[in-house]
Design a protein around this ligand. Sequence first.
Ligand SMILES: *Cc1c(COP(=O)(O)O)cnc(C)c1O
Length: 388
Amino acid sequence: MRFLKKGLQKNRLSFECFNTSNGYGYSDLGRDTLERIYSDVFETEDALVRPQITCGTHALALALMSNLRPGDEVLSPVGKPYDTLESVIGIRPAKGSLAEYGVTYRQVDLLAQSELDYDGIKTAINKNTKLVTIQRSKGYEFRKTFSANEIGELIAFIKNIKDDVICMVDNCYGEFVDDTEPSQHGADMCVGSLIKNPGGGLAPVGGYIAGRATCVENAAYRLTSPGLGKEVGASLNVMGSLIQGLFMAPVVTANALKTSIFAANIFEPLGMSVIPGASEERHDIIQAIELGSEERLLAFCRGIQAGSPVDSFVTPKPWDMPGYSDQVIMAAGTFVQGSSIELSADGPLKAPYNVYFQGGLTYYQGKLGILTALKNLYDRNLVELPML
Ligand SMILES: *Cc1c(COP(=O)(O)O)cnc(C)c1O
């Protein structure tokens, strides 16, 4: 109800907000109201929420590139960041990376059991450290996901050493899983994609940055232009979906979470290792299952596809995806292309044949998708069901 009272009602959401703008998009009521709602939901000074932010990687690149200057250093205290950020930072050489602009990077790996290496972090912070990037979700790494509270403790530790460091959280897949967001625990920016949790399945595109006014202002000047900032950016008919999507997001996220928990409780008793475990606490919507063979991986993903509302009749095939060393199989029968708040699964064709999946707009469809995957395994004699 925080969303309703402190978000939509407080900001006087009205029917006029669903009107659209074109051209420069000056004084777009829907856009400006949506941004105030985001900043109230995240309890931040300001927010930039735009369809012109094309995806999560773009939102993160924007937050980084607009708040860093040549000579600054970025620190990741939680190990290697998400794959696509390697090009943004320049860990993997790429045109236009932060490295090309003279921004350096330092990383402190996690200790055993995903513990933070506080001594290492203390040593890594130096006079050039300007921004710390903290990835909340495990993404596709085998590490734990950090809770909003744990992130808060890490931020307090960092600010105690250097109080003017900007703490940015890659919030992808973590939004609205915990009761609070990292911005309520000291994060200067929370950043993510609208075709994951906060779009509630209704947002057709977009990304957000919610945070300190100065950080958001920098990002706005970089997204549009110095001098223009948040004043321009036509909303092209999507504001109604972004606002309604945020209103739906906590419930949709809960459905995705229930789907993951259901799957873990199906596959763990079948002897497969699942991360997180069936009864473990969760801080994001991703579920990993170690399937153990290529046949199982293919059958699982094809079952998820067959249980989807869109493209249920197509058969996913492994392919050589750019940036990956092994072939990857992906299942996604989604209303919005690549949307991973909708039930979707993928896995690289390499031992131990882990499948990663997430989403489920409704628990009913999520459950059906998981059961269709299980049936596909069973029909091919790839799994025994001891209860039968
Ligand atoms: C999805 C994701 C991203 C990147 O988002 P895209 O929309 O795919 O560009 C970054 N970080 C994490 C942890 C993610 O889950």
